[in-house]
Design a binder for this molecule. Structure first.
Ligand SMILES: [Zn+2]
Length: 239
């Protein structure tokens, strides 16, 4: 029986894989066999975290931060100036990680709709300069506090050399009712190739720290790769 099985396996392998490398190579040279196609691009997703501070002192959520650093997950932080000043040393140390990028979320974290040109210029520039001073890198992107802006504000961001990027859909993590289970289900249901995810890393994303490992795990299982915002194939700029 064993002999029969072995014979049939040998026969099958001979019958199913009659590879003649020399002739294949010859056909390739003559252009009859196409070269293997480039590996299909993986689906991408950008993890972004807002670090906002306006009236009350805010600090990093270490459940999130430790997880990102331990797993080396590319992440983009939109940091407001007041938060940056308060967490200066931590932001400085984060700037040494190549998989973390720090971007501009305004200095004041005021709503920048209906503000004067002078105010906009001063507020946005002040934070860009701060980021450059602390991280030794100029920010590329800008995110409006609350996602609210008008034409004048949007133009000012462009004039100051930044590109506005918001998010593909809200995670809803500043809502205390958004439990970790809800957050996981909500994000996994809406995410698609090229999505920009938004969470909060200033201890206002109440259950983000609990939900994040499961979100990352499931997205990786679905074939997504995490990339910095700058590395997204198609960055969803707000114009
Ligand atoms: Zn914010």
């Amino acid at each position: 029986m064993r002999v029969l099985l072995a014979l049939s396996i040998t026969f099958c392998s001979i019958a199913w894989y009659p590879i003649d490398l020399s002739s294949d190579r010859e056909k390739m040279v003559r252009g009859k066999v196409s070269l293997p196609k480039k590996k299909r691009n993986k689906k991408q997703v950008a993890l972004t975290f807002d670090a906002c501070e306006r009236y009350h002192p805010s600090y990093f959520d270490f459940r999130i931060l430790n997880y990102l650093l331990e797993k080396k997950i590319p992440s983009t932080f939109f940091i407001s100036g007041k938060f940056l000043e308060r967490n200066n040393l931590m932001v400085k140390s984060l700037s040494y990680y190549s998989f973390i990028e720090v971007e501009n979320h305004s200095y004041s974290h005021e709503i920048l709709k209906d503000k004067s040109e002078e105010y906009l210029h001063k507020d946005i520039m002040r934070n860009s300069r701060l980021i450059e001073k602390v991280t030794r890198r100029k920010p590329r992107f800008f995110r409006f506090p609350g996602g609210l802006y008008d034409k004048k504000a949007l133009e000012m961001v462009g004039y100051l050399g930044l590109k506005t990027v918001h998010w593909s859909f809200e995670s809803g993590d500043p809502d205390k009712e958004m439990t970790a289970e809800k957050l996981i289900r909500h994000v996994l249901k809406q995410v698609k190739d090229g999505s920009v995810l938004i969470f909060h890393i200033n201890r206002r994303g109440w259950h983000t720290g609990e939900a994040l490992p499961a979100i990352v795990y499931h997205l990786k299982a679905r074939g997504y790769e995490f990339v910095l915002l700058k590395d997204l194939r198609k960055i969803p700029y707000v114009r």
